[in-house]
Ligand binder design. Structure first.
Ligand code: GUN
Length: 310
């Protein structure tokens, strides 16, 4: 404590630099890809399937393809018009399942309404399901067989960020996951349970969310409600992972301007927490990094080579 500071002043929360952690992971993926190829394997192959013309999906898919190429992967993209039938999408998935140069298949969601999402996900070979959405992979995670599963990228990245701050042993920590989506909330809860946390999953029907949050050593917010988690919900010293990406009006920046905020009121929460992810630059970059890690892991398994851990 330096002179002039009150003894009650709390150090500001550490900002968890997801961009830097993601760069470390992709560096390792690139190095391990070189090792796999040197051992006689082939470059990891990632196929991304995009149906329709959703602008956000086009941006995400483009970023995934670029990163894959940057890491020395074999990268293919199937861009299909909105009018594509379910049968045509299933035929492409089937063709990719059979293609030995492809180790990871990602069908970008949401799919157009005339296509049954579950049917498409279940058509993907679980060994190539680098999104971790197939019921086989969801089930393996749920029964504690993470080492044989492929795990959903965003929650896997969130867990790595939590472990960066708190270390590898999370046993006994109280963790609150806000949101119960199949992509983030549910697999996040499973991963934290696997790490022996005491896990609460809250959602839109939960009673007294602030009280649940105040007990939590770890909060993962993934609800899609701008700045919902307030500073006075946060237990002093908690670690906060903000998965939210909400675009809100920012008239202070000029007419019609917007800005990106998370599900957590950042400044308020950072004053109480010990560590917090920013938006953007926190969880976002981790999702693509973990997709690349999953594709490499799938390629190592296909080649019968040892797989790296992340
Ligand atoms: N749409 C939004 N997030 C995701 C994701 O993680 N995977 C896929 N396939 N689609 C998405």
């Amino acid at each position: 404590m330096t002179h002039g500071q009150s003894s009650s002043a709390k150090a500001p929360a550490a900002v968890i630099d997801g961009k830097a952690v993601a760069a470390e992971i992709t560096d390792k993926v690139a190095a391990e890809t070189g090792r796999l190829i040197a051992a006689g394997g082939v470059a990891p192959g990632l196929a991304v399937v995009l149906v329709g013309d959703d602008a956000a999906s086009q941006v995400y898919v483009g970023a995934k393809g670029r990163k894959a190429k940057e890491l020395g992967f074999h990268s293919v993209q199937h861009t299909l018009p909105l009018s594509t039938s379910e049968a045509e999408v299933l035929a492409i998935v089937d063709q990719l399942n059979r293609d030995p140069s492809i180790h990871g298949i990602l069908v970008q969601l949401p799919l157009p309404r005339h296509i049954d999402t579950s049917k498409v996900i279940e058509a993907i070979d679980p060994a190539k399901d680098v999104d971790g959405f197939h019921p086989i992979n969801v089930g393996r995670l749920a029964i504690g067989e993470r080492d044989r599963a492929l795990v959903s990228c965003t929650p896997a990245g969130c867990l790595l960020l939590i472990q960066r701050v708190l270390g590898g042993n999370l046993a006994g920590k109280d963790a609150l996951v806000i949101g119960r989506s199949n992509i983030v909330g549910k697999p996040m809860a499973q991963l934290l349970l696997q790490e022996s946390c005491t896990v609460t999953v809250a959602h839109s029907r939960s009673r007294d969310l602030p009280a649940l949050a105040r007990k939590a050593d770890i909060i993962v917010a993934a609800v899609g409600r701008p700045e919902m988690v307030r500073g006075d919900w946060v237990k002093p010293g908690a670690v906060i992972i903000d998965v939210g990406m909400n675009r809100i009006p920012a008239p202070e920046r000029g007419e019609g301007k917007t800005r990106l905020v998370g599900d957590v009121a950042y400044a308020e929460a950072a004053a109480i927490a010990s560590a917090i992810t920013p938006v953007p630059g926190g969880v976002g970059p981790m999702t693509i990094a973990m997709l690349m890690a999953n594709t490499l892991v799938a390629a190592c398994r296909a080649a019968g080579q040892p797989e790296p851990t992340f």
